[in-house]
Structures are given as structure tokens and as C-alpha cells.
Design a protein. Structure first.
Length: 191
């Protein structure tokens, strides 16, 4: 019984495929090759793959930071000596203030500036820390497509940026604390 069912299935398939013969398939293949005769195919080798710059499929960046990095990269291309010098904005007003009310308004605006700088520095440190963790994880579980030295180089560059960002955050935090401590009343308890 099973042999009869198998024989029936084979006969059914051969009847449905009977319209395609080997000669027809050979003619189609010959026509396809004739159509492709003038085209040139590019062969990609392993050496070519190693030369390709690898980039993550998804990269999350802070829009303000991306603009700053692009400007910094352009500055490094044009004048590498001036890129090493870091220009920090002034956080205090020029000259003494005459009125007491003007001083409190000036302090609040400079405190807002410091607060914004501190928040930006903290966000940058958090972002770079997350990137470092991702790079370390990628290095530990790397595949053959990305060589280890490439990931190690990215880790080193990110670590240098992280150390600079942490130093800047500490500097801004110290300035913020110094201004905050000077603003408190002398009789208020220190926390």
C-alpha cells in the first residue's frame, strides 16, 4: 500500500514538472548567461573585508555632542596645535556690581549657567560610561568580523574622552559647590 502511494506521488510530481525538460532549462540558462556577458562581477576577498571601516548598525549620540564633535574634528583637521587647548566659557560676570539686587540676579544667571554645564557634563560622563561598557562587552564576545585591535583602539579613545569628561565634571561641580556654599546664609546648617 505504501509503495503504491509513493509511486502515485512520484507520478503526480513528474506529470506536473513534465513541462520543464532539461533541454528547456539549458536554453534558459544559456540565454541568462548571454544577457550577463557584458557585465563585470566584483569579487570581494577577505583582505577587502578587513580594510572596510566597521561601524555599529545603530549609534546613539547626543545631538549637542555630535555637533560639538564635528566642529572639534574640523578644528583638528585645520589646526592641530589649537585643538589641544581647551577653551572654557567664563562663568562669572566682568567687573563688580554696584547694587545688591543686581548681584542676586547675576548670581542666579551664573548658577543657571553652571547648572546647565554640570548637567551636560554629567550626561556626557554617563554616555561615555555606557559606551565603554558596550565596547568592553563587544570585545569579550567579539566575532571574526571585527578584529580585536579595532575594538581595543575604540576602548582606548573612549577611555581618554571619559577621563577628560570626568575631570571637567569635577571642575564644574567644584565651582558649583563653591558658589553654592558662598550663597548660603552663615547661620544655616551645612549638609
Amino acid at each position: 500500500m505504501k509503495k503504491a502511494l509513493i509511486l502515485l506521488a512520484v507520478i503526480g510530481l513528474s506529470a506536473s514538472l513534465g513541462a520543464q525538460s532539461v533541454a528547456e532549462l539549458a536554453k534558459r540558462e544559456k540565454a541568462r548567461r548571454e544577457a550577463l556577458r557584458g557585465r563585470h562581477a566584483v569579487v570581494i576577498k577577505n583582505a577587502d573585508l578587513l580594510r572596510v571601516q566597521k561601524a555599529p548598525a545603530v549609534e546613539v549620540t547626543n545631538p549637542d555632542e555630535a555637533v560639538g564633535e564635528a566642529a572639534l574634528d574640523e578644528a583638528q583637521d585645520v589646526q592641530p596645535a589649537t585643538a589641544a587647548r581647551r577653551i572654557t566659557p567664563r562663568v562669572s560676570a566682568d567687573g563688580p556690581t554696584i547694587m545688591g539686587e543686581g548681584e542676586s540676579v547675576d548670581l542666579s544667571s551664573s548658577e543657571k549657567t553652571l547648572d546647565a554645564q554640570l548637567k551636560a557634563a554629567t550626561d556626557l560622563v554617563d554616555l561615555l560610561t555606557t559606551k565603554m561598557n558596550a565596547l568592553r562587552q563587544q570585545y569579550e564576545y567579539q566575532d571574526a568580523m571585527v578584529p580585536g585591535y579595532v575594538i581595543q583602539q575604540q576602548i582606548d579613545e573612549t577611555n581618554q574622552r571619559l577621563l577628560k569628561a570626568q575631570a571637567q565634571q569635577a571642575r564644574i561641580q567644584a565651582e558649583f559647590d563653591k558658589r553654592g556654599a558662598g550663597k548660603k546664609d552663615p547661620g544655616s546648617p551645612g549638609r
